[in-house]
Design a protein around this ligand. Structure first.
Ligand SMILES: Nc1nc2c(ncn2[C@@H]2O[C@H](COP(=O)(O)OP(=O)(O)OP(=O)(O)O)[C@@H](O)[C@H]2O)c(=O)[nH]1
Ligand SMILES: [Mg+2]
Length: 324
């Protein structure tokens, strides 16, 4: 199949073409992979960049509600918004935002928005590539903002942070005065912490939690990509749509500063390198699980087990086959 017509339709902003293109990059078939590679390379020629925003938070914190409210807020400003989801956990079926299309009812009907449910899960390496390519397709299709939702499990947050310009962490108001066991590593990735559900009875708790996190963020090591005062913690209510404009103002201020200081471009460059190296690593690992290397691995493993070769010798022997 010649992917050029599809690529051109994506660039022209044809939503059905975009959906088909994403289906192609999600395919596990080997011949589809070649087409997907050509497709992604061709759409890259459009040279478009969206603002990529990663959004993470534990189940029930209000990610879907926030995306619906924030997405509609953005489209009301005349921005085109694409929403993608990453859900590598096998515990959930059907992908996180598929069942949520009902919860994102307004946004899914919005002609300025495009919502793509996450496909059923595979290993994280495959998820990363597919998500990255889906982001690239949305950018080429002319979306201004690409929101990437991830549940706070395993490595998915780190992965999403590695493909985003901004990383948002959504938190719920804490019951007591303790920080909610948010891992330090995740806090360190956040550009903006949004304490959600700052409404009704939960409002005082949300404001306390926000103040706690604001304090905790000040204790973190200063990052070169941040102007004064960042990362920040804000209180929002996705349900009542409060604090969204302020959150957006903060995001824009941060992005403008990073662009002006060269951090934006530098980060994109680093990310491209990261994904190149990751792709090499993943491809090498994948080859080990296929013939002929899989059989050779088993064979050499048995020899090592019998003491016929040292582990190091056997590894050298196996690696010598990589180039063949
Ligand atoms: N009071 C209040 N409730 C909220 C707010 N945002 C979300 N909720 C409620 O919290 C519950 C979970 O919201 P979701 O948006 O489904 O949360 P989620 O993070 O997408 O959850 P998962 O998809 O399961 O990971 C729902 O009952 C929402 O109505 C808010 O700002 N205030
Ligand atoms: Mg959800």
């Amino acid at each position: 199949m010649d992917v050029s017509p599809l690529a051109q339709s994506v660039i022209a902003g044809d939503r059905r073409a975009l959906a088909r293109a994403i289906t192609l990059v999600e395919s596990a078939r080997e011949d589809h992979r070649d087409q997907a590679r050509a497709l992604v390379a061709e759409v890259a020629q459009a040279g478009r960049q969206a603002l990529r925003i990663g959004l993470s938070g534990t189940p029930g914190v209000g990610k879907s509600t926030f995306i619906e409210a924030f997405g509609c807020f953005l489209t009301a400003q005349g921005l085109r918004v694409a929403v993608l989801a990453v859900d590598p956990s096998s515990a959930r079926s059907g992908g996180s935002i598929l069942g949520d299309k009902t919860r994102m009812e307004r946004l899914s009907r919005d002609p300025m928005a495009f919502i793509r449910p996450s496909p059923s899960q595979t290993h994280l390496g495959g998820v990363a590539r597919r998500t990255r390519e889906a982001v690239a397709l949305c950018e080429a299709a002319g979306f201004d903002v690409v929101l990437i939702e991830t549940v706070g499990v395993g490595q998915s947050e780190t992965m999403v942070a590695e493909m985003c310009d901004l990383f948002l962490l959504l938190l719920a108001p804490a019951g007591g005065d303790e920080l909610q066991g948010v891992k330090r590593g995740i806090m360190e990735m956040a550009d903006l912490i949004l304490v959600n559900k700052a409404d009704g009875d939960l409002k005082p708790a949300a404001l306390r939690t926000q103040a706690d996190y604001a304090g905790a963020l000040r204790l973190l090591r200063r990052r070169p990509q941040d102007p004064d005062g960042f990362p920040k913690a804000l209180a929002v209510s996705a349900l009542e749509e409060n604090g969204l404009a302020q959150a957006w103002d903060e995001m824009r201020a941060l992005v403008e500063w990073r662009r002006a200081e060269g951090h934006w471009a530098r980060r994109r460059t680093e990310q491209a390198r990261h994904w190149f190296e990751e792709e090499v690593r993943q491809s090498l690992l994948a080859r080990l699980t296929r013939e002929p290397l899989r059989g050779l691995m088993a064979h050499l493993g048995a020899e090592v087990g019998q003491g016929a070769r040292t582990p190091d010798e056997a590894a050298a022997e196996l690696l010598a086959h990589l180039g063949r």
